[in-house]
Write a protein that binds this ligand. Structure first.
Ligand SMILES: Cc1cc2nc3c(=O)[nH]c(=O)nc-3n(C[C@H](O)[C@H](O)[C@H](O)COP(=O)(O)OP(=O)(O)OC[C@H]3O[C@@H](n4cnc5c(N)ncnc54)[C@H](O)[C@@H]3O)c2cc1C
Length: 358
């Protein structure tokens, strides 16, 4: 019997589990994927190791949130270093401005290393991280107290003290707690809460093109909005090439509403890519022919990978700190209950839940 069961091995779930297992609580993380990390899990295609996010990682400095967390754990923080290449904002008129990168860090091995290090910490503290373990719902006793979770496989995993959900706020209620146990005012609130999705293009870039760019992290504005570019280190691809990740925010509904068949969906994805390809070459002419598309990810891909409602992976605008649920021993962590959808904000709120609620 575990003290605490954590549903989901994203950064939120792993942080809370690492913090409480280091304090001696018997903890189990249940992750449906075959690797930890959720939104920052490793992205590998065709021999390239892609940056899963926008490459903007802050608060790793002295006195920052990671130092506080790892000072409590039996493992070291993965090696980090300040970003050396300029962080450049390109305006729609083509002007380049160097942004401050005083608090921007490169994490050795990428952000997935952070997730993996937290998983290692949980195990070293005597806890368990079970992969390929999708959770179906909470288990209840006769007095309606949550007593653990039921896995899709039919297995029950009991929790003596608490259950922590790293699922989104929508899925915590819709799937774990169950809509029949969700009060109408919360249902209403969840219906009005909105998050955004992203479209991501993973590409291979020749070193010659990297040398022509003003920086390896860029925020590019154009007539359609903005997108980011994060070039991974030299070790991210075959010799002479680099993995590069382009990301822009987008509405999620069309990805789920308009396609009536798999062909429709393919066509929709192809159109999104072609539109972006034109934008990219217009805004960044120095890429020339030295770039090759390897893969894309859209709200449907993110839904498949993380099971987050409508693939809304960029948190919730103005999210309230709702760590408690309607059930006294069920809590939430993650970017839909954190101030902003960033790793440091998710870590910070998960540490609050670990310290105050558990
Ligand atoms: C494209 C992109 C770029 C980003 N760039 C940056 C950046 O540059 N800097 C930054 O700080 N932040 C960035 N972010 C934000 C940051 O990565 C996320 O906010 C953060 O990783 C979310 O962590 P989480 O724990 O809330 O959720 P998730 O990472 O979504 O973790 C939830 C986990 O729960 C699992 N799960 C779901 N359902 C079940 C179930 N039924 N049973 C078991 N497990 C389940 C999922 O598989 C997943 O592993 C980016 C996000 C995206 C998507």
């Amino acid at each position: 019997m575990y003290d605490v069961v954590v549903v989901g091995g994203g950064i939120g779930g792993l942080t809370v589990a690492a913090a409480i297992s280091a304090r001696g609580m018997n903890t189990c993380v249940l992750e449906r994927q075959s690797q930890v990390g959720g939104c920052v899990a490793r992205v590998k295609f065709s021999g390239y190791d892609f940056e899963p996010g926008m490459g903007l990682y802050t608060s790793f400095g002295p006195g920052g949130i990671y130092e506080k967390l790892f000072s409590q754990l039996p493992v070291e923080l993965p090696a980090v270093s300040l970003v050396t290449s300029p962080y450049v904002k390109r305006s729609a008129d083509g002007t380049d401005i160097r942004l401050s990168n005083e608090d921007l860090y490169t994490i050795a091995g990428g952000p997935a290393s952070l997730a993996e290090r937290l998983a290692e910490s949980i195990k070293l503290s005597g806890g368990n991280v079970r992969l390929d373990s999708p959770v179906l719902r909470l288990a209840f006793d006769d007095s309606n107290r949550a007593t653990g979770v039921d896995l899709l496989s039919g297995e029950r995993v009991p929790a003596r003290k608490a259950i922590v959900s790293n699922m989104t706020v929508w899925d915590t209620y819709g799937k774990l707690v169950g809509l029949n146990r969700t009060p109408p005012e919360i249902k209403k609130h969840l219906n009005t809460l909105r998050g955004t999705g992203v479209y991501v293009v993973y590409a291979a870039l020749e070193e010659a093109a990297v040398a022509r760019l003003p920086g390896e992290l860029m925020l590019v504005e154009d007539s359609e909005g903005e997108f980011t570019m994060a070039i991974s280190p030299a070790s991210s691809g075959p010799e002479g090439k680099r993995a590069v990740t382009f990301t822009y925010r987008m509405e999620v509904e069309p990805w789920f509403a308009y396609q009536s068949s798999a062909e429709d969906y393919e066509e929709w994805d192809q159109e999104a890519l072609e539109r972006f390809w034109t934008r990219l070459h217009t805004a960044m002419p120095e890429l020339g022919g030295d770039i090759e598309i390897i893969e894309t990810a859209n709200p449907r891909t993110y839904y498949e990978q993380t099971r987050r409602k409508l693939g809304m992976v960029m948190g919730v605008e103005g999210a309230a700190a709702m760590h408690r649920t309607v059930l006294p021993n069920v809590f939430m962590v993650g970017d839909t209950v954190s101030a902003i959808a960033s790793l440091d904000s998710v870590v910070e709120t998960a540490m609050v839940v670990a310290r105050i609620q558990l």
